[in-house]
Design a protein around this ligand. Structure first.
Ligand code: SF4
Length: 396
C-alpha cells in the first residue's frame, strides 16, 4: 500500500497571527455548495489574479501555515453540526491554499487518510492547479472508503498577471491523474472562462482535447467581486467586465460557443460528451452516481447531459414531502413560508450553510426566496445575458 509522504508538518500559526486573520479565514470549516469545506492550512505562493483569497484579505500570505493539526481539523469536521457521515460532500483546502503544493500535500494526504480510516464514504473533492506525480496517484488510489475526486483547474489564460501557472502543468497533471486513476476520479475543472481572454477557438479546441483525459469536464465563469476588481486595477490588468457581481459570471455567448465546440451530433447518447455546467454534476457522473445537489430539478441544466446520467438522476430525484421539508427548515431557523416547488425548496431567513445542509440532505435544490435564480442562468450572475431575453424567475 502507498504511504503518505513524511515531511514535517507546517508550523502552527501563533495566537497573534491567528488574531490577525479575518474571522471568515480563521473559521476552518465553511459550508459551500459543493460540500463542507475544510481549510486549516492557509497561505499560497501562487499569484492567481482571480483567487478568492482576495476576498479574505489573505492574498499577501505566500507561505502556507496551519491553524491546527490535521487530527484536530478532522475531528472538527466530523463533529460539525452539518456533517453527515457517508452523505455530506467534503472539500479540502479549496479556499486559501493549493492542496498539492509540496508543503501542503502531506497534510492533504494525511487528512484523506484520517477520513478514510474512519470508514467514511463521503465524497471528498480536492481542487488543484499544481503538479501531481505518479507516486501521488498511488497514494490517492490507496484509500478504500472515501469517494475521492481530484479536480484539475485549467484556464488556458496566458497573461501571467492573471494566471501565473503555466497551462502545460495543468495538462501534464491531468494526463498523469487520468492515466493512473483506479479508485479516485479526475475532473477537468475548466475555469474561469472569460470572454475575449480564453474562449478563442484555439482555447475551446484545447479544452476539448484535454477533456479526453478526464472522467468529466466542468466549465464555469469568473467570480468578479470588488476585491478582485481592485487587484486587477492595481496591477494594470484590463477589467473583463464593467461591473462586479455576487455570483460567478458566465455570459450566454461564451456558453453557447463552448457547447458548439463540444457538440458531436453523431454521439446520440452523449452529444456533448461528459461536459457539465455544475461541479457536483461532473463529480457525480465521474463516480456513476446521481447529482448530490439535486440539479435535476433545474431541468434546463441537464440539456447537455449524457442520456444514461439523466436516467440516473431522474430515478434518484424525489420531491421532498412538504411537511418534512418545513419541519427541517424551521428547525434550522427558517422564517416565513417554506415552499416545495417542482424545482427547489424555497426558504426565507436561512443563509447558505443551512440551505446547503437541506439541499444535500434531500438531494433537492434549496433556494433563498430573496435571491431567486433565473431560468437558464442557474446560480450565475445576470452579466452577459440580455435583459430582453430574461424569462420569468423560477421562484414563485
Ligand atoms: S442529469 Fe442534470 S442533475 Fe444529473 S448530472 Fe446531468 S446535468 Fe446534473
Amino acid at each position: 500500500m502507498a504511504t503518505t509522504p513524511t515531511r514535517r508538518p507546517l508550523p502552527l500559526l501563533t495566537t497573534e497571527q491567528l488574531r490577525s486573520l479575518k474571522p471568515e479565514l480563521a473559521t476552518v470549516i465553511e459550508y459551500r455548495k459543493s460540500g463542507l469545506s475544510l481549510n486549516h492550512v492557509v497561505g499560497c505562493p501562487l499569484d492567481c489574479g482571480y483567487c478568492v483569497r482576495h476576498l479574505f484579505g489573505n492574498f499577501e500570505m505566500k507561505v502556507p501555515r496551519a491553524l491546527m493539526t490535521d487530527e484536530e481539523a478532522v475531528t472538527a469536521l466530523t463533529g460539525h453540526a452539518y456533517f453527515r457521515p457517508h452523505r455530506t460532500p467534503v472539500q479540502l483546502f479549496n479556499r486559501a491554499t493549493d492542496p498539492m503544493l509540496p508543503v501542503v500535500k502531506p497534510h492533504t494526504f494525511n487528512v484523506l487518510r484520517l477520513l478514510d480510516e474512519r470508514g467514511l464514504t463521503n465524497h471528498v473533492l480536492v481542487i488543484t492547479r499544481w503538479r501531481v506525480e505518479p507516486e501521488d496517484c498511488d497514494v490517492l488510489n490507496s484509500f478504500r472508503n472515501i469517494r475521492l475526486t481530484i479536480l484539475v483547474t485549467h484556464s488556458g489564460i496566458t497573461d501571467q498577471r492573471i494566471e501565473p501557472v503555466d497551462s502545460a502543468i495543468a495538462e501534464a497533471r491531468l494526463r498523469t491523474l487520468y492515466a493512473h486513476a483506479d479508485r479516485y476520479r479526475t475532473v477537468l475543472y475548466w475555469r474561469p472562462v472569460v470572454p475575449g481572454l480564453n474562449d478563442t477557438d484555439a482555447h475551446l479546441h484545447q479544452a476539448r482535447e484535454l477533456a479526453g483525459h478526464a472522467h468529466a469536464t466542468v466549465f464555469t465563469g469568473l467570480f468578479f467581486r470588488a476585491e478582485i476588481a481592485a487587484y486587477y486595477k492595481a496591477h494594470g490588468i484590463p477589467a473583463p467586465y464593467e461591473g462586479t457581481a455576487r455570483r460567478k459570471i458566465m455570459p450566454e455567448d461564451s456558453e453557447q460557443r463552448i457547447l458548439r465546440a463540444f457538440h458531436d451530433p453523431t454521439n446520440t447518447e452523449a452529444p456533448y460528451g461528459p461536459l457539465f455546467r455544475k461541479t457536483s454534476c461532473g463529480v457525480a457522473y465521474a463516480h456513476g452516481e446521481p447529482d448530490y445537489n439535486g440539479h435535476y430539478g433545474i431541468r434546463e441544466l441537464c440539456d447537455i447531459c449524457p442520456t444514461a446520467q439523466l436516467g440516473l438522476c431522474a430515478s434518484a430525484w424525489q420531491k421532498p414531502d412538504s411537511a418534512e421539508a418545513t419541519r427541517e427548515a424551521r428547525a434550522l431557523g427558517a422564517a416565513g413560508d417554506v415552499e416545495v416547488t417542482d424545482r427547489a425548496i424555497i426558504v426565507e431567513g436561512l443563509d447558505e450553510p443551512p440551505r446547503y445542509y437541506l439541499q444535500h440532505g434531500f438531494g433537492y435544490q434549496c433556494h433563498d426566496r430573496a435571491k431567486p435564480h433565473h431560468h437558464r442562468r442557474h446560480g450565475r450572475a445576470d452579466v452577459g445575458w440580455s435583459p430582453a431575453e430574461q424569462p420569468p424567475r423560477e421562484s414563485p
